[in-house]
Design a protein around this ligand. Structure first.
Ligand code: CAA
Length: 384
């Protein structure tokens, strides 16, 4: 489906574009250096309704559709990919999962603080030995009266240190494989819930990525999300939406890289003329713009399917696969167009290149997306 944006979607995109380029962009380069978490961005973003975009107004959210959300997320990623990944996990994975699977009591208790930005959400599925294969996770949750006692270690958790609320998965019955995994709502400060090492990353440096350790951590049964054994389904459904978010991040960073390269090419002279006059470079820019637009269409098409209530697993994986591979090609070419200046930190393109690298890895590698897509093609597991 090709997209035709409504006046409201255009208004939201343009409002976020202005905010992002005026406010978020200003500190992005510095934060990449200092690794300072962009808390002040999130305060302002929550005032604009960007921290609970798809959550209905009755829980304090903005109640927008997914198309508006991905347009907004792309605009934030254009200026600061670190801010965008936190926004993405918070909105598409954490808020959405609580809204979809939470009880009325959980929604009323937890969503208002998330959508107001007072508390930021994290999602803890991955473990040291369970990345692409989350069913092999080892974290255990053993029932003890009204509580579950959690033990284990989660790895590579976006916002692990700064989150107020984490959705964590753990085994309540390992003999049942994926049907024995459950999901829990874990508040910061819960005894036995410990933030472990913070990773030193090549990109997305202002977003913290940490280990989370459960050491006899007692979680009350009122904080079980869904039913016992629903954890894998909750995670997979959340990742469907999360993967459209990674496509949106990819489109935003790619557009920023192309715009930076065009700006450079229209200022830089070599051989007596602007380098933007050379056909080799112009054709490179033409191909880059076409690839970005193709990714944008896939992103919008998957978002539109979600908004229509259709199953969109296949389209989310296609959008994530194409867009994340695309942004790695585009940032590489944009850096090349800068020549030697692309390799130094004075220009933002080297940050775009580093930030984009993880997009083909997190929330399911490109290879995992191909597993999902090929399973649909060959009808091995699910149909679209
Ligand atoms: N929606 C709903 N249910 C789904 C689903 C989906 N998209 N995908 C699978 N399921 C259900 C299936 O219907 C099946 O349920 P039943 O047994 O009841 O029929 C069950 O889950 C098992 O399905 P599969 O047999 O297809 O599962 P699998 O073990 O073969 O795994 C996989 C499939 C696609 C490889 C999956 O394991 C996967 O996506 N792996 C990658 C994990 C990933 O993306 N990790 C990133 C973590 S988050 C992150 O990156 C960092 C961060 O901070 C956000």
């Amino acid at each position: 489906m090709s997209y035709c944006l409504t006046d409201e979607q255009i208004m939201i995109r343009d409002m976020v574009r202005e905010f992002s380029r005026k406010i978020v962009a200003v500190t992005a380069m510095k934060r990449d250096e200092t690794k300072e978490f962009p808390s002040d961005n999130f305060e302002k973003m929550s005032e604009l309704g960007l921290m609970g975009m798809m959550i209905p107004a009755e829980y304090g959210g903005a109640g927008t559709d997914t198309i508006s959300y991905v347009l907004a997320l792309s605009e934030i990623a254009y200026s600061c990919a670190s801010t965008a990944v936190v926004m993405s996990v918070h909105n598409s994975i954490v808020c959405e999962s609580i809204y979809r699977y939470g009880t009325e009591e959980q929604k009323k208790r937890i969503l208002p603080s998330l959508v107001s930005g007072k508390s930021i959400g994290a999602f803890a599925l991955t473990e040291p030995q369970a990345g692409s294969d989350p069913v092999s996770q080892k974290t255990s949750a053993v029932k003890d009266g009204d509580y579950y006692v959690l033990n284990g270690t989660k790895r590579f958790i976006t916002t692990g240190k700064n989150a107020g609320l984490t959705i964590a998965t753990a085994n309540t019955d390992p003999s049942k494989k994926h049907k024995g995994i459950s999901a829990f709502l874990v508040a910061r400060g819960t005894p036995g819930f410990i933030v472990g090492k913070t990773e030193d990353k090549m990109g997305l440096r202002a977003s913290d990525t940490t280990d989370l350790i459960f050491d006899n951590c007692r979680i009350h049964k009122k904080d079980l999300l869904g039913n016992e054994g629903d954890g894998f389904k909750i995670a997979m459904t959340a990742l469907d939406c999360g993967r459209i978010g990674i496509a949106a991040q990819s489109v935003g960073v790619a557009q920023a890289a192309l715009d930076a390269a065009v700006k450079y090419a229209t200022e830089r002279e070599q051989f007596g003329q602007l380098i933007s006059k050379f056909q080799g470079l112009r054709w490179m820019a033409a191909e880059m713009a076409t690839e970005i637009e193709a990714a944008r269409q896939l992103m919008l098409s998957a978002a539109a399917m979600k908004d229509r209530g259709e199953k969109f697993t296949l389209q989310a994986s296609m959008a994530k696969l194409f867009a994340s591979e695309m942004v790695n090609r585009i940032t590489g070419k944009a850096l090349q167009m800068h020549g030697g200046y692309g390799f130094i930190k004075e220009y933002p393109v080297e940050r775009f290149y580093r930030d984009a690298r993880v997009f083909t890895i997190y929330e399911g590698t490109s290879e995992i997306q191909k597993v999902v897509i090929s399973n649909h093609i060959f009808n091995d597991k699910r149909k679209t």
